[in-house]
Ligand binder design. Structure first.
Ligand SMILES: [Fe+2]
Length: 139
């Protein structure tokens, strides 16, 4: 698969995850039984896991310069998600759940807008035979 196709899939996954988190942040979701909300959070964790695996494999294919740094960001985010899940599993408070999902949403959107955007900025010019933005000329 060419890397530009990887990027299209990554964009589609980001959009899907954003919609899912927006849905989970809605006030009306507080009406669902807490076990259903926790099952939704487990599903979200699994979907992030699959997305991170795909994104890391795509970065490897394209020899991205900071795969290990990006991987650490994914691992930290996953740890945070699991910590939040354990917290709500303990409290069983739907309002705490909603606050947590809003926080998760903010973390995820920031990661997508900042760190994931760097992948595109670094790699797309390589595929268009244009020097990446961060490389300085040796002339
Ligand atoms: Fe990422």
């Amino acid at each position: 698969m060419p890397f530009t196709d990887h990027l299209k899939t990554i964009d589609a996954q980001h959009n899907h995850l954003r919609k899912l988190m927006d849905y989970m942040c809605q006030e009306s979701c507080c009406q669902f039984p807490i076990d259903e909300q926790l099952a939704g959070l487990d599903d979200l964790i699994n979907q992030f896991h699959d997305h991170f695996e795909f994104e890391e494999a795509a970065m490897k294919t394209a020899n991205y310069f900071d795969i290990s740094g990006h991987r650490v960001a994914h691992r930290n985010f996953t740890k945070l998600l699991k910590h939040f899940r354990d917290q709500v599993t303990e409290s069983r408070d739907p309002h705490e759940f909603r606050n947590i999902i809003e926080l998760v949403n903010r973390f995820a959107v920031e990661h997508i807008d900042v760190e994931d955007r760097l992948i595109k900025h670094h790699l797309l010019p390589l595929y268009a035979n244009i020097p990446p933005f961060h490389e300085e000329s040796n002339n």
